[in-house]
Ligand binder design. Structure first.
Ligand SMILES: [Zn+2]
Length: 223
């Protein structure tokens, strides 16, 4: 049963990758992953806000931002599991990986929100798979853009991780952006505002552009 599923994933991957490589001749592709969704709300904020909702809102703004810079995006749907599945969480993550492999993007960015036991802790932080040099580059570009554009007082650094499923199981440059702490009242409130979400998505877009080696100005020459 497990073998069959893996074979299915690889079968799809090759076909999908071929399709996308034709479109990719002149355009970069980014897979956007809005963390959690469906029956999995993710973290719950001190203000009652669900992580899955904020992740999706920010991912949609980021999608718009990237597309304005002529970058193709693919998004993972909320709750990518069968409703009769015994282990929804595992199936959801496997399907997200399947989409990433099928798309064969230049990079993958997954949007999440953080939480901690003490309310003082705050600030965006980006994670990458410890053994991925490209993932590290991507994460560092994202982290510095977030510090520069959103919160210059944030002294967090991009951090390696060996256990996040999505980072471990994908072979494309990938980063998880924890946009802020839902356990910090001030940040939890900011994260619900569209203005702040736009600021975050612009910063993440800048980080992606920097990683892809694209100049923002040359893409916007017509406006
Ligand atoms: Zn999360």
């Amino acid at each position: 049963m497990a073998l069959l599923l893996i074979a299915g994933i690889f079968g799809l991957s090759r076909e999908g990758a071929k399709l996308v490589s034709q479109q990719k001749a002149d355009k970069a592709t980014v897979v956007l992953d809005a963390g959690h969704g469906g029956t999995d709300p993710g973290k719950i904020g001190v203000n009652g806000e669900k992580e899955k909702k904020l992740n999706l809102e920010i991912a949609l703004l980021l999608k718009k931002e990237l597309e304005e810079h002529d970058i193709l995006t693919r998004s993972s749907d909320e709750g990518l599991y069968d409703s009769n599945s015994k282990n929804k969480k595992v199936q959801d993550l496997q399907k997200r990986c399947d989409l990433i492999h099928k798309t064969a993007p230049d990079c993958m960015v997954s949007i999440h929100q953080n939480s901690y036991t003490t309310p003082e802790v705050k600030g965006a932080q980006v994670f990458y798979y410890t053994h991925s040099a490209e993932g590290k580059k991507l994460a560092e570009d994202l982290q510095s853009a977030l510090v520069e554009k959103v919160d210059p007082d944030n002294n967090r650094l991009a951090k390696g991780n060996t256990s996040y499923y999505l980072l471990k199981k994908t072979d494309v440059p990938a980063a998880i952006v924890e946009c802020g702490f839902l356990s910090n009242p001030e940040e939890a409130q900011l994260l619900t505002s569209e203005e702040y979400q736009k600021k975050l998505s612009k910063a993440i877009c800048d980080g992606v552009l920097k990683y892809l080696g694209k100049s923002k100005k040359s893409d916007k020459s017509s406006t």
